[in-house]
Ligand binder design. Structure first.
Ligand code: AMP
Ligand code: ZN
Ligand code: FE
Ligand code: FE
Length: 294
């Protein structure tokens, strides 16, 4: 049984519609796939319906844009309630922040001699409720300034790059709290990828588990080398939290991230599932018990 818990559709910055993604997951031999678009639940109804039709289990997920010390950190959430007001409110701020920095990024790109217009970027946004760097990268490719998204990030858009502009994000500890408040399970995404080892060392991950109840660590991810995977697996075992593995599939938007390239073992998934079920039950009971206190 192959399980992939981190994928993106056109509702964020992937290239498959949610239904195509689920069909591709089944074709890739996956039994379980989680849709984890950035900062939006909008793709889940379509993905869930496709899963029921095709006969593959779809886990309702989310990848929340968080930060630590002004640097970007991603948090995966499973089974969070899309209607939870606190989480929904924060996601509006994140999405507005992402779209709002489009103009300053385009100004920087023009200064750097690789101009693209707002319309050229918007042509790649499709059904996504916000405009992200990958969409800007697509416009740079289309304009012939770079060959692919990777070159666009490496030369211009990466954190700290010459056209990078910071945007609103949620502190990682608060992100975990928000996910829990929405009845979800919180797993930190690719914590040691792209030089984040210094930003999220073992001590900080330990603190997130101890103080916020972080539920898991994404261990097997293409941004992690063998040493990072081994270190994170050991840490997850020591802390008693879930150690997941996933593709972070973006369709044709990200090379070397094919569906199922990393997977989560069935025992770990069973633990995750039971946490999701427990929290969903607690959520349902909350209004009844919570009301007595006013
Ligand atoms: P944004 O939310 O607009 O800041 O864009 C973040 C997204 O850009 C991430 O989710 C990744 O998919 C992608 N991304 C960020 N940094 C890089 C990088 N160095 N190379 C390729 N893609 C990246
Ligand atoms: Zn993405
Ligand atoms: Fe991510
Ligand atoms: Fe992702």
């Amino acid at each position: 049984m192959r399980i992939d818990l981190h994928t993106h559709s056109v509702i964020s910055d992937g290239t498959d519609t949610p239904a195509e993604l689920v069909a591709n997951a089944a074709a890739a031999g996956l039994a379980v796939v989680a849709l984890t678009d950035h900062d939006t639940f909008d793709g889940l109804p379509e993905a869930t319906a496709a899963g029921e039709r095709i006969g593959i289990e779809v886990v309702p997920g989310l990848e929340l844009s968080c930060s630590r010390e002004h640097q970007s950190v991603h948090l995966l959430a499973y089974g969070a309630d899309p209607e939870d007001p606190a989480l929904a409110e924060e996601m509006v701020l994140v999405r507005n922040g992402r779209t709002g920095r489009l103009r300053p990024v385009l100004d920087k790109l023009a200064e750097l001699g690789v101009p693209v217009s707002e319309d050229e970027v918007l042509a790649f946004v499709g059904s996504s409720p916000s405009v992200g760097r990958p969409h800007i990268a697509d416009a740079l490719v289309a304009a012939g300034h770079v060959l692919d998204r990777r070159e666009a990030f490496d030369r211009f858009l990466a954190d700290g790059g010459p056209a990078h502009v910071a945007r609103y994000a949620i502190d990682i500890g608060r992100g975990v709290d928000l996910v829990h408040g929405a009845g979800g399970v919180a797993v930190i995404a690719h914590p040691w990828g792209r030089g984040r080892e210094q930003l999220l060392p073992s001590s900080i991950l330990t603190e997130l588990v101890a103080e916020h109840g972080l539920d898991g660590i994404e261990v097997d991810h293409q941004d992690h080398d063998a040493a990072a995977r081994a270190g994170l697996r050991q840490l997850a075992d020591r802390l008693g939290v879930l150690a997941t593995g996933s593709s972070d599939y973006h369709g044709t938007g990200k090379v070397d991230h094919d569906l199922g390239v990393n997977t989560t073992d069935p025992e770990t998934y069973a633990r995750l599932r039971s946490l999701m079920d427990q929290r969903a039950l607690t959520e349902q009971r909350a209004p009844a018990t919570g009301r007595t206190g006013g």
